[in-house]
Design a protein around this ligand. Structure first.
Ligand SMILES: NC(=O)c1ccc[n+]([C@@H]2O[C@H](COP(=O)([O-])OP(=O)(O)OC[C@H]3O[C@@H](n4cnc5c(N)ncnc54)[C@H](OP(=O)(O)O)[C@@H]3O)[C@@H](O)[C@H]2O)c1
Length: 168
């Protein structure tokens, strides 16, 4: 049976590299980001390279219900992923009180709430018998407070702590 992995934030950066790594090993990928046109281009590239199935799902994971919508769409397609790569994340720079509060709260929604939701939903299915692995992308920033990236660094501290705990 071939492996299938949803990869969040798959269009660029580290997420794209993870998706490419998985498909290069003949794994199917479910690539997600907000821009469908960009994902469609990536889907065509991946399928041509290795003959795998790449499914593009465009949605805002930071929006209310976004992560649940991703889970629902994957399950509606009758796919039970044996790997989940929670990579999508956003950052921001500046003294905490000078930053836009809404931007920091949106960062928490994406970096923390969406990740926890996907771990819970897909993790429940894995624990119920099908098995699988979840990779949560944190940062070395998780290991120290970051005065000009206070919320971002704190979200990554959460990701590291949470991931180590549920792995145990
Ligand atoms: N870059 C670094 O130096 C570094 C270091 C340590 C850890 N990290 C972590 O690694 C991860 C990836 O970082 P990166 O720098 O590679 O990111 P990036 O190049 O900025 O890419 C972010 C990806 O996430 C998607 N995305 C952003 N907001 C989204 C949302 N609300 N809903 C759905 N998708 C969204 C983007 O596509 P759309 O814009 O189309 O949505 C894009 O595909 C993050 O968790 C980051 O914290 C990065």
């Amino acid at each position: 049976m071939s492996s299938t992995a949803p990869v969040t934030g798959a269009f660029s950066g580290i997420g794209r590299a993870f998706a490419k790594y998985h498909e290069a090993r003949k794994g199917n990928v479910i690539i997600t980001a907000r821009r469908l046109d960009a994902l469609d281009t990536l889907k065509t590239e991946f399928e041509a390279e290795h003959g795998v199935t790449a499914t593009a799902i465009a949605l805002d994971l930071g929006a209310e219900g976004g992560a649940q919508a991703l889970y629902d769409r994957v399950r509606a397609a009758n796919v039970a992923p044996d790997m989940v790569i929670n990579n999508a994340g956003s950052g921001g720079h500046g003294a905490f009180v000078d930053r836009d509060l809404e931007a920091d709260l949106a960062m928490i929604d994406l970096n923390v709430k969406a990740l926890v939701t996907l771990c819970h939903r897909f993790g429940r299915d894995m624990a119920d018998g099908q098995g699988g692995k979840i990779l949560n992308v944190s940062s070395t920033a998780a290991h120290m407070p970051g005065p000009l990236k206070s919320t971002y660094v704190a979200t990554k501290a959460f990701v590291s702590s949470f991931s180590q705990a549920i792995a145990e």
